[in-house]
Structures are given as C-alpha cells and as structure tokens.
Ligand binder design. Structure first.
Ligand code: COA
Length: 533
C-alpha cells in the first residue's frame, strides 16, 4: 500500500499562519451562505407566513428524508449582484433523498421578487436540470413563481440557454423516463405556470396555489376581462374543472407528503453504497486549511492535499518520476475508486502527455476522474514551443474532453488560461465543478494581464503613442478588473461553478458525487413520453 505522509507540522508558525488566513476566508463564506439561505427579507417574509405559506427551506425539510444529506447547487448564485436583493437567485436547488431515492429538487423562493427568474435563476434552474439528466435523477419542482423577471426579459426569455431551455429539458427528461413532478404553492404565471404544466404529475395547494398563463392583470389588459386569481387559476378549479392539477392538497405538508408518495411509487432502486468499505484519511481533513499557503502564489505539494482527502491516505501514483508538475494516481474516496490529476506547477509537454495517458487508462478501466486545479497554465517560451507544447497540451485536452467516465473538478487555487481547460474547466462539462474560497479563475493573472494590456496600448496603430499617465491608468484599471473578476464569489455568483466548498467538506461532497456516478443507470433511449391530459 502506498500511504501518503505529510512534511508539514501542525503547530508550526507557517502552518498556523496559513490556517488563520484560511479561517478568515471561511468566515466570509459562512456569512455569505447564511445571507443567501435566509432568502427574502422583512415584509415579504412576514406576508408569506401570514398567508400560511412555509419558507422554501422548511418545505425542503418536509420533503427530504430526515437527517439525509442535501447537496446544494449554486447556493451563492447572484451574490454580490442586484444590491444583494436576490439571495440564491431566488431559488434553492440540490440533490437530496426522498424515500431513499436520490432526486433533484428545484424550489422557487417567493419571498425574493415573487420567485421570478433573473438571469442567474435561469442558469441555476437549467444547471440543476443538466445535473439531473446527467446523473439520472427525477426532478421535483416546488413551484411558487412569477415567471420571467420582467425588467430582465432580454436576459432570461429569448435565447437558446434561457427559460425555453428549461422547458425543453423538462420535456426531454420526462421522455427519457426521468420523472418530472411538481407541487404548486403560490401564484404561478406564464413561465411559472409551464413548470407544473409540463410536469408528469402535479399537486396544488387549495386556496393558495394558482396556475395561469396570464394573471388577472394580463387578462384585463389583453381581453378586458375582470377576474380574480382564484377563479382564473385556483387549485380547486384546476383539480375539478380544467384537470391541470392531478391532486388537491389541503395544505403544504399534505402536498409535500403527496410528492414523497409519488417518488416512492416510482419504485426506483438505486444502490448508493460503495464497492469497498470507506476509511477516513490518516490525516484530518480539517487540517487542510494549514496546507494551503496564505499567498496563492506560494507553491505547495498536492500530495499534502490528497493525504487529507482520500481514504486511508492511500494513493497509487502513476509515473511519479516523469512529468512531475502533474500528480496522477488512483485512490478511493468514501469507498469509490477515482483517478486523480492534480497540479504541482505549470503543465509542460511531459506532464501533458502523462495526463493524456492517465486519462485514457481511467477511461479504459471505467474509473471516474478527479481534477484538482491549481494551475497557472501551460508552459510558454521558445523551448516549450519547440518541444511541441501546443500539440502535447492538445492531446491532454482531447483525452479529457472525450473520456466517457464521470469527471469531477475542484478549483483549489489558480485556474488560468488553457490550464483551466486542460484540467476540465466548466467549458468541458465536468459532472460537477466546485471551488474553494482560495480559487481564482481568469484568462491570466492580474500581473500578466496588466502587462499585456499596457503593451498593446503602447503599440496601438489606431491610437498612436500613449498620453502621459495613460499606461499607469490602464495598468490600474486592468488590475482592478482582474482582481474583481477572479474573485471566487464573482465566479460562483455567475454559475461558473456549482458552489464554493470548505476544504474539509470536499471529501464528503466528492463521495456523494461519486456515489451518484457509480450508481448511475446506463443511458437507455426509452420511449416514455408523458402527455398530461
Ligand atoms: N417580474 C418582476 N418582478 C416581479 C415579478 C415579475 N414577473 N413577479 C413579481 N415581482 C415582484 C413584485 O414587483 C414585488 O416586488 P417589490 O417587492 O419590489 O414590490 C415582488 O416581486 C413580490 O410580488 P407581489 O405581487 O407583491 O407578490 P405576490 O405573492 O402577491 O404575487 C405573483 C406573486 C408572482 C403571483 C405576482 O407578483 C404576479 O402575478 N407577478 C407577475 C407575473 C407575470 O405577469 N409574469 C409574466 C412573466 S412573462
């Protein structure tokens, strides 16, 4: 057995300084998550409760199996935007267990702008659906939604990846046999109405839920008909007259119990247990914060991370003496096998070829891949180019892009340029992509970008020689831009990842992702369309 050990001493000045710096970052993360989890504020929450409605997270508590894990998707979507008035982008999404079956839940938060869809809400909804489809999960929609956020209509309505895409996915998932079930809790208009309307089965809450393609004000304007919301689209009307609803629940707990019953009746048998007994790492994952240098530019050995991440700290390294800037090897996480690629410096030709070889081995053997990113990029310079870095890095990208096994990515530190791509960045559709609070994702570092931009200005044909002070101004502006945009909260707010994780939680989250990947039923093209009648 190859057991990783640590060269770092907990209690040493360097270790404790790293830990203190990381703890400060974790405080920020926890504060922001708490803010987002609270949802809407003030009068909206009071009114919501006064109407007898439950806050979205209380609905989740009633829906999910008690004490079971819930892997939230993009909890910090839209953070730092819209004056912080759209916490979580007005929705909660995540993977949980209902009657022992893993499901994707997508729940609107009506206390945030009536649960209407902002740009990030659409991205979050669609990303959750994408995960559901990839991991073969039924989707449960807890609907309380005013449809498209009207001032944002050009950001959410017409394009290929906008609201329409959510409905396309809903129909197609249903057609491939992945159940789409809705419980409706509030007024659902237009896009909000189509979520339940396109579901396989729907339950509505009496006196509270409404579904209408156009609400009373639209009806008044469009056809000059005066009608109240309950008459137009109330739960009782839809259960007894239109047939839009399949069940009428007396209250929210009953609606959620009905959803649980519906999931049970799907009779999905999915064994999430691992092939091998899990073992904790020999080194405490809590000590990861002492491993990561406070200054991101200080290099560190990824084996120190792996020693605190994988079962029993056991790691069988592949080609340890060759292409040393990339650590490759096999390990187990929570009893599931995984092939790890972890950066230990810039990627050279040899480390790129090693990556391509290792990815192909894992693909051949059906071992899921885990990419741990801390990467400044592929090597540049004459020697690297003459050595064929362009084609060798391309081989790595090609192998990674075409691997058929599940791929997971965690951005621990830098994630720059083509390094982000080669190490399975968002554009390469890893099954899941998480970041640490120390992540920085950009085309290049602020230093290099400032340099390139001042150089480009200096040689600009169109603008001629720079004015005095202009280059300094460009440098300051570019630095500020890169600092802002490579912040991990900037990234997670825009759904460039599925969420920011604490280092110590990472092992458990990866274990859950691997359990899903391991138990994933084979994709079968089944003709299973459901037309709601
Ligand atoms: N776009 C933008 N803002 C919206 C919105 C939408 N689609 N739906 C609701 N909001 C806002 C409201 O303006 C209000 O904002 P405020 O807090 O700044 O006053 C807040 O969300 C809450 O809305 P409110 O109407 O007070 O809540 P409610 O619970 O009584 O009703 C709805 C919720 C969704 C039924 C109702 O707001 C509604 O019908 N909205 C319009 C829906 C619509 O026509 N959508 C068409 C999309 S194409």
């Amino acid at each position: 057995m190859a057991i990783l050990t640590s060269a770092l001493l907990p209690g040493s000045a360097a270790f404790e300084a790293n830990r203190a710096a990381y703890e400060a970052r974790l405080e920020t993360l926890r504060e922001r998550l708490a803010h987002a989890a609270f949802g809407g504020r003030g009068k909206h929450v009071e009114r919501h409760r006064a109407r007898g409605k439950l806050p979205v997270r209380e609905r989740l508590d009633l829906l999910l199996d008690p004490g079971s894990p819930f892997l939230e998707v993009a909890p910090l979507a839209a953070c730092g935007q819209y004056d912080e008035e759209v916490p979580g982008a007005g929705a909660v999404a995540g993977i949980g267990l209902v009657e022992g079956t893993p499901v994707m839940v997508i729940a609107n938060d009506a206390t945030v702008k009536g649960g209407s869809f902002y740009r990030e809400t659409v991205k979050k909804h669609v990303r959750a659906q994408e995960i559901a489809e990839q991991q073969r999960l039924p989707c449960l929609y807890l609907v309380d939604c005013g449809g498209a956020n009207l001032p944002q209509q050009d950001q959410v309505f017409p394009d290929k990846d906008h609201f329409g895409n959510a409905f396309l996915r809903q129909c197609r998932m249903s057609a491939m046999g992945l159940a789409q079930l809705s419980a409706v809790f509030g007024g659902c208009t237009a896009g909000g109405a189509y979520i339940p309307a396109l579901s396989d089965e729907v339950v509505m809450v009496r006196g509270q839920a409404r579904i209408h393609l156009g609400g009373p004000s639209i009806v008044k304007v469009a056809i000059n008909e005066a009608v109240d919301g309950e008459t137009l689209g109330g739960a009782e009307m839809h259960a007894k007259v239109s047939g839009v609803s399949d069940w009428l629940a007396e209250d929210e707990p009953e609606a959620l119990a009905k959803l649980r019953e519906a999931v049970a009746s799907l009779a999905i048998e999915r064994d999430l247990s691992p092939p091998r007994a899990p073992k904790p790492p020999r080194l405490d994952p809590q000590s990861l914060t002492g491993v990561i240098p406070a200054d991101r530019r200080t290099p560190y050995d990824m084996r120190e991370v792996l020693a605190r991440l994988v079962d029993d700290s056991e790691f069988v390294e592949f080609k340890p003496a060759w292409g040393e800037t990339l650590v490759c090897g096999t390990a187990w996480i929570h009893g599931f096998p995984v092939g790890v690629l972890a950066n230990n410096g810039p990627l050279h030709s040899d480390s790129s070829l090693k990556a391509a070889h290792f990815v192909q081995l894992c693909d051949q053997r059906g071992t899921p891949l885990l990419f741990l990113q801390n990467i400044s990029g592929y090597m540049v310079g004459t020697a690297a180019e003459r050595g064929g870095i362009a084609k060798d890095s391309a081989k790595m990208v090609y192998a990674m892009a075409t691997a058929r096994v599940p791929r997971l990515t965690v951005i621990l530190g830098g994630s720059y340029g083509a390094g982000n791509y080669g190490m399975c960045g968002r554009g390469f559709h890893p099954d899941f992509l998480f970041a640490w609070p120390t992540a920085e994702c950009a085309t290049m570092s602020a230093d290099i970008a400032a340099n390139v931009m001042t150089e480009l200005r200096r040689s600009s044909l169109r603008l001629g020689p720079p004015e005095p002070g202009e280059l300094e101004e460009i440098e300051a502006r570019v630095r500020a831009q890169y600092a802002e945009q490579s912040d991990p909260y900037y990234a997670t707010s825009r759904l460039w990842d599925d969420g920011i994780l604490e280092p110590a939680q990472t092992r458990d989250v990866l274990g859950l992702c691997l359990a899903l990947a391991h138990s994933r039923p084979e994709t079968a093209a089944r003709d299973a369309r459901v037309f709601r009648m």
